[in-house]
Design a binder for this molecule. Structure first.
Ligand SMILES: NC(=O)C1=CN([C@@H]2O[C@H](COP(=O)(O)OP(=O)(O)OC[C@H]3O[C@@H](n4cnc5c(N)ncnc54)[C@H](OP(=O)(O)O)[C@@H]3O)[C@@H](O)[C@H]2O)[C@@H](O)CC1
Ligand SMILES: [K+]
Length: 479
């Protein structure tokens, strides 16, 4: 499992460790890690550090200090390093001396555009965990200069600890923030590196271990790794028969939206269950001859995808919601009936995208998108249900779990018609296989992402390609 801790926990861990180490040790560790990732990027881009032009954007705190020390290390390896200081009087003095001592040069904000335009790499040391709100004043001017240069030259921005201007704890972005190609973060992931929209500013995140420990702190978010998913995958027992492995019922699709039924069924058949039961008007057996038809005993239901808005759709939905087994509710199922009907005594998993989440919360999609932690937590609390809030990095909350889960194992190719139907069928099957709603959602998001990454190897992805890639995705994880 990979964890993200909030700023208060990072500060506490830093205090505890600093008390036992000589002054400056942590910053030296951070700078060494930062310089080494940067050197590797320069190595790939242009064969080495020697002669590379590196521009440091330096703020007024320790984040700028990290950049200055890393810049000094790169200068010693032959890079031509310039530092632009947002405020010369408040720049990290020891870091500045180190950079100068290594042959690096210092410039004022007025030179930022020219230097950025010539740089092979720009290091963003404007703000770290001490930042509040979007970039202001000269900080904003420096960021704009960097963005303009990067657009013209394609040089990467490497963010120090966090892309400057994002909220470390919530992932919110209130105003201008750096858009980095790579973020080198220290000690632990911060929630803002995992949660959109801030996560979209971070690029590839590299974690540098500086020795911080979090024995008692509670993570804000956790990210399942392959081994975590492997441990959760239901495996058929030797004496298993189809009913003991679980039967998932699908009340999805309609004459108007037959594809939802075909996709969800295809995914459910590859979710580890013993059987899939389809209850609805779509002719699924031609495509999926394994499917059982009609009402009958199941261990979990999936309802909503492609259900449509008809009276019959409402009847199908309420029949499922009144059952006493776990239910996954998706798409039309989230808005067809009064909200109260989603509050059930059996386990429930809601899988909204931002618009559906907004409708359930009585807010707007923009509000949901800009405050995703709050939105997913509010839904889980209000509906007493596990909630998977879809997005580039989906968030999963459960009223009983203190932290959130984030799925970062994904590709933008998953944003395609029918992708949600595949996810619903897959997660529903995992529910029927005995996973808790929280685990079913997390494992499904991971496998769905894996299938997307596999399918994307041969180009743009259709939802049917996801279904086809699910068994391979499962096998990659199961080993
Ligand atoms: N913790 C650790 O274990 C380690 C931490 N390390 C490093 O230290 C970093 C944290 O350093 P830090 O605390 O000095 O804060 P940092 O973010 O550099 O500057 C904050 C200052 O900027 C200002 N400011 C704020 N918002 C602003 C805005 N929107 N626009 C413009 N200005 C704004 C504000 O000043 P003010 O404007 O309030 O006078 C504030 O005081 C951390 O991210 C990591 O890189 C590593 O070296 C080793 C181990
Ligand atoms: K930064």
């Amino acid at each position: 499992m990979r964890y993200a801790y909030d700023v208060a926990s990072v500060r506490a861990a830093e205090q505890e460790l600093m008390a036992r180490l000589p002054d400056g040790t942590l910053m030296a560790r951070a700078a060494a890690g930062l310089a080494s990732v940067t050197a590797a990027i320069l190595g790939q881009a242009r064969g080495g550090v020697y002669g590379a032009r590196v521009l440091l954007l330096v703020g007024v705190g320790d984040n700028g200090g990290d950049a200055l020390y890393a810049g000094a290390l790169l200068a010693r390896r032959g890079a031509a390093v310039h530092a632009v200081l947002a405020d010369p009087d408040r720049a990290h003095a020891a870091g500045l001396a180190a950079l100068r001592g290594a042959g690096g040069r210092v410039a004022g904000p007025g030179d930022a555009r020219t230097l950025a335009g010539r740089a092979d790499l720009i290091m963003d040391g404007l703000l770290g965990i001490g930042g509040r709100g979007g970039l202001r004043g000269v900080f904003a001017e420096l960021a704009e200069a960097a963005h303009a240069a990067v657009e013209a030259t394609g040089a990467p921005i490497v963010a120090v600890d966090l892309p400057s201007g994002v909220d470390a704890d919530t992932g919110e972005v209130a105003g201008l923030a750096i858009r980095a190609a790579v973020t080198v973060t220290f000690g632990t992931f911060k929630p803002g590196l995992l949660i959109d929209p801030a996560a979209g500013h971070a690029g590839i995140v590299e974690l540098v271990d500086i020795g911080l420990d979090f024995p008692e702190a509670r993570p804000v978010a956790e990210v399942l790794q392959e081994s975590d998913v492997r441990a959760l995958l239901p495996e058929p027992a030797r004496l298993a028969q189809k009913y003991s492995r679980g039967v998932v019922g699908l009340a999805v699709g309609s004459e108007r939206y037959p594809g939802a039924a075909l996709l969800a069924t295809g995914a459910a058949l590859r979710s580890g269950v013993g059987a899939v039961r389809y209850d609805g008007p779509v002719e699924v057996v031609g495509t999926h001859p394994e499917v059982l038809l009609g009402d009958g005993r199941v261990q979990a239901w999936v309802v909503g995808s492609g259900l449509g808005q008809s009276e019959e759709a409402r009847r199908r939905l309420s029949r499922v919601l009144e059952s006493d087994v776990p239910v996954l509710v998706d798409a039309d199922g989230l808005r067809l009936l009064p909200k109260e009907s989603l509050k059930r005594s059996a386990p429930t998993l809601l899988t909204p995208h931002s618009g559906e989440a907004a409708a359930l919360l009585g807010s707007s999609a923009e509000e949901v998108d800009s405050g995703r932690i709050q939105a997913v937590r509010a839904l889980a609390r209000d509906y007493d249900a596990a909630v998977l809030l879809k997005g580039p990095f989906s968030l999963i909350a459960d009223p009983l779990a203190p932290g959130l889960r984030v799925n970062t194992h994904a590709t933008a190719y998953l944003a395609t018609a029918g992708s949600g139907d595949v996810l619903a069928g897959l997660a529903g099957g995992l529910l029927a296989g005995g996973l808790s709603a929280l685990d079913a959602a997390s494992v499904a998001a991971y496998l769905h992402g894996s299938a997307g990454l596999l399918a994307a190897r041969s180009g743009p992805v259709a939802a049917s390609d996801l279904v086809a890639a699910l068994s391979a995705a499962w096998q990659n994880v199961a080993g």
